[in-house]
Every structure is written in structure tokens, then in C-alpha cells.
Design a protein around this ligand. Structure first.
Ligand code: CMC
Length: 430
């Protein structure tokens, strides 16, 4: 069996044979298909990249039909059970799990870079008291670009490593300061004696007057949530990261753009939207009415936290999160909205509308309930998604930079506007 595709162009009767590699044909191979010498050649039309591979990647594997997610070959369930976020970060970035000494060195590097320049603090103070923390987060990460001009050396592996360490280390500090800003409490400096998540919880919840002791169960739960969110191959924000990075912008600017993409309610903002939806529903007995509204498409309403472009079965991350929720609720007490969420899931999973469209709970359906039980305000949820995703963005950015197939991203269009016409002076315009 030849690994080729034969195309007959019925406009010209010409026949073409295109190589098939890894289940794809090269879009550029279509350009030879022309009706005349001055014809531009055939293109593909693929809004929202429904069926276009933009890169080769060895980082994350997803089988959406089977509900499989692996980082560098390791099943997400095993990493959630046995790994921690920084170990998983090392794996995602470097391709292999670290040895004990590699992990110690990596953790030490991250720990030594958690502080922010004092001027960053001043910059953050400038936001309004009710600024959305995700807006603060993405602007501040972008502003770091001005503090680290060396980051422009994107082709220097050492410089890249330095920025990767800085970004992973500083993301929780920026997130915590954003939170402290909106609640009007003083910023708390990082504490190098604490773990990555323990330090983050401390910066969020301690006060200068009181020593805060991060609860081990909650710190571990947050760590597992971070593992689950660390990468997810070519999603909207990661594609934004690769796109911006392809122009050779520095990683702070690129991450600001990626975080902006994550902010939207169809992506990382969905966890926040789920909680607002549960609030809107109000009680278990109102669930059928809400499902009816979603199915009728009333005012564009969707069941937030349901559905996925790639998963056409239960999101494997949602399965793990459901288990963590039980663990967290033993410490915090049950989130009263859990009953509404469970009822939504129960009804949706047997309703023909959702079954036919293969809509299942995704990562955002239950994560917000955990975050809320842990004491986070709803606005912080997308930020809690962004902190671990910094790892995936950086790994994908680095992979893109060293890939000889990659160039500046520049899609084509089908022009649908006017043909040439002459300028009309103001007096003559209709
Ligand atoms: N509620 C109700 N109907 C839905 C939903 C939903 N959550 N999601 C999809 N549909 C319907 C949609 O109306 C369409 O129906 P029809 O064929 O009759 O027009 C069909 O299912 C296919 O939907 P689509 O919008 O073409 O699918 P997509 O792949 O473009 O969108 C999605 C994927 C995640 C944006 C979408 O499922 C959605 O809006 N979900 C709610 C938001 C959400 O939870 N986002 C988080 C995604 S997971 C975290 C992350 O990685 O970002």
C-alpha cells in the first residue's frame, strides 16, 4: 500500500500524487494544483484549525475519543498520583523525569527566583481596587519583559532557561499579589522554606500579624490541580504562545498573549463561568429548567464546563478532579453547589442532546468548586489555571523555536471584499 494520496483536479483533468506522512498531507503540496500558470494554487480553508496540524510535538499526547492524556508518555493519572508539580514541570520541559539531584537543582533554581522586583509591586499597585486578577496577571507578566531585556536572546539556550526559571518561579508571586491587591491586603513576600504550592498559599492567605500554616491536604490538592493543568497540546492559548513566539518576541510578551487567550470563558475562564452558572441555577430542583434553556440555545447559553474540541468522552482530568474534590471537602466541608453540579452532570449524561454531541464534563466543571471551597474568590480561578499552564506554554515555545520546520506564523485568507475601485471624495459619498 503506497503512502500517497491521488488527487484528480476535475477543472483541468490533471492528476497529482501527494505523499502522506503521519496521517497528514502537506498543505504546501496543494499549491502545485493550478488551473493556469498564474493561478496561486490550491489552499485549504480551515477556520478555527479544526483539522490542521500546526507542528510536530513530543510533549503531550491526547486521544480525545478514548479520554487519554499523557505528558511525555506518562499517563496523567499516574502523574497526579505520584508526582508533584515541579517534577512534572521538569518532565514537560526536558522530556524525562528528573533524577533526585536534577530535581533538587531545578527546585532550588525556582525557589531562588520567586521574588519580584520592587517596581513590579508598584506597577501592580496602580490597578483599580476591583481589577480582575487575570487582567492584572497578564499585564504584569507582559511588564516583566521590560525588566529582563536579556530575554530577547531567544536563540540562546542559556537565556531561554533563565527566563523559563524566572517565569515558573514568579507566576505564583504575581498571582498572589493580584489576589492581595483585590482584597486590599498587604503583599506577602515569598518564603523559601515552603514548597511551590505551600509558598503560594502562604502568599495568598497569611497576614503580617498571623503565621499561616498551609494545610497539607489543600497544598497537595492544589499541587495535583497544577499537574492536571500543566499542558494540553495545541489549545487556544498554546497556539497563541507559539504564534507570538514565532515572531521572535520575548517569552514574557508571548506569555502575556497566551494568558489573554486563556482568559476567555470558552477556555480557561470557563471554571469561573461554571460557578456563576451554578449560582444562577441556585438549587437542585432548578436543574431541569436550566438544561432545557441550554438545549433551546436561549441567549446563547451553554452548559459551562461541558464539551471539548478534542475530548469526545469524559475528560480524564475531570475524573481525577472529582476524586480530589472529595478529599478537599473532608477538610473544608462540602461546597453546597456540589449537589447542583452532580445533578447537572447526571441529567446531561443521559440527555439525548448532550449524548448525541458527545458533551462530557471537562477540566473546568469541578475545579471551581474545589477552588471556592479552598477560599479563592471566583475571579481567581482563571489565574489558578494560568500558573501551571506557564510550564506548558514555555515547553511548547521552546520546542517551536528549535524546530527547523517552523517559521513566523502567517495564515492565508480567502479575500471576500471589493475588487479595485477609485477613491471617492467626501462631497460625492452617499
Ligand atoms: N453546552 C451546550 N451545547 C454545547 C456545549 C455546551 N457546553 N458545547 C458544545 N455544544 C454544542 C454546540 O452548540 C454545537 O451544537 P450544534 O451542532 O447543534 O450546533 C455542538 O455542541 C458542537 O459544539 P461546537 O461549539 O462546534 O464545539 P467546539 O469544539 O467549537 O467547542 C468548546 C468546544 C469547549 C468551546 C465548547 O464545548 C464550549 O463552549 N464549552 C463550554 C465552555 C467550556 O467549558 N470551556 C472549557 C473547555 S476545557 C478547558 C480548556 O482547555 O480550555
Amino acid at each position: 500500500m503506497a503512502d500517497t494520496l491521488t488527487i484528480v483536479d476535475n477543472r483541468t483533468g490533471k492528476k497529482y500524487e501527494l505523499p502522506i506522512q503521519d496521517g497528514t498531507i502537506k498543505a504546501m503540496d496543494l499549491r502545485q494544483i493550478k488551473t493556469a500558470d498564474d493561478d496561486f494554487g490550491l489552499m485549504t480553508y480551515d477556520p478555527a484549525f479544526m483539522n490542521t496540524a500546526n507542528c510536530r510535538s513530543s510533549i503531550t499526547f491526547i486521544d480525545g475519543d478514548k479520554g487519554i492524556l499523557r505528558y511525555r508518555g506518562y499517563p496523567i493519572e499516574q502523574l497526579a498520583e505520584d508526582s508533584d508539580h515541579l517534577e512534572t514541570a521538569y518532565l514537560i520541559l526536558n522530556g524525562e523525569l528528573p533524577t533526585a539531584s536534577q530535581q533538587a537543582a531545578f527546585t532550588q533554581q525556582i525557589t531562588m527566583h520567586t521574588m519580584l522586583h520592587e517596581n513590579v509591586k508598584k506597577f501592580m499597585e496602580g490597578f483599580r481596587y476591583d481589577a480582575h486578577p487575570m487582567g492584572i496577571f497578564l499585564s504584569t507578566v507582559g511588564a516583566l519583559s521590560t525588566f529582563y531585556p536579556d530575554a530577547k536572546r531567544i536563540n540562546d539556550p542559556e537565556s531561554r532557561h533563565q527566563q523559563i526559571i524566572r517565569l515558573i518561579a514568579k507566576a505564583p508571586t504575581i498571582a498572589a499579589y493580584a489576589y492581595r491587591h483585590i482584597v486590599g491586603r498587604p503583599y506577602i513576600y515569598p518564603d523559601n522554606d515552603l514548597s511551590y504550592t505551600g509558598n503560594f498559599l502562604n502568599m495568598l492567605f497569611s497576614t503580617p500579624a498571623d503565621k499561616y500554616h498551609p494545610n497539607d491536604v489543600l497544598a497537595r490538592a492544589l499541587d495535583v490541580l497544577f499537574i492536571l493543568h500543566a499542558d494540553h497540546e495545541q489549545n487556544c492559548s498554546t497556539s497563541a504562545m507559539r504564534n507570538i513566539g514565532s515572531s521572535q518576541a520575548d517569552p514574557y510578551a508571548a506569555i502575556a498573549g497566551a494568558a489573554a487567550a486563556l482568559y476567555g470563558p470558552l477556555h480557561g475562564g470557563a471554571n469561573e463561568a461554571v460557578l456563576r452558572m451554578l449560582d444562577e441555577i441556585g438549587s437542585v430542583d432548578k436543574v431541569p429548567e436550566f438544561i432545557k434553556k441550554v438545549k433551546s440555545g436561549e441567549a446563547g447559553s451553554r452548559l459551562m464546563g461541558f464539551g471539548h474540541r478534542v475530548y469526545k468522552s469524559y475528560d480524564p482530568r475531570a475524573k481525577v478532579i472529582k476524586k480530589i474534590a472529595d478529599l478537599v471537602f473532608t477538610v473544608t466541608g462540602k461546597n453546597p453547589k456540589l449537589e447542583i453540579a452532580l445533578e447537572l452532570e447526571r441529567i446531561a449524561l443521559q440527555d439525548e442532546y448532550f449524548v448525541k454531541r458527545k458533551l462530557y464534563p471537562n477540566v473546568d466543571f469541578y475545579s471551581g468548586l474545589i477552588y471556592q471551597a479552598m477560599g479563592f474568590p471566583t475571579e481567581m480561578f482563571p489565574v489558578l489555571f494560568a500558573i501551571p499552564r506557564v510550564v506548558g506554554w514555555l515547553a511548547q515555545w521552546q520546542e517551536m523555536l528549535v524546530d527547523p520546520d517552523q517559521k513566523i506564523a502567517r495564515p492565508r485568507q480567502i479575500y471576500t471584499g471589493y475588487d479595485i475601485r477609485d477613491y471617492v471624495s467626501k462631497e460625492k459619498r452617499q
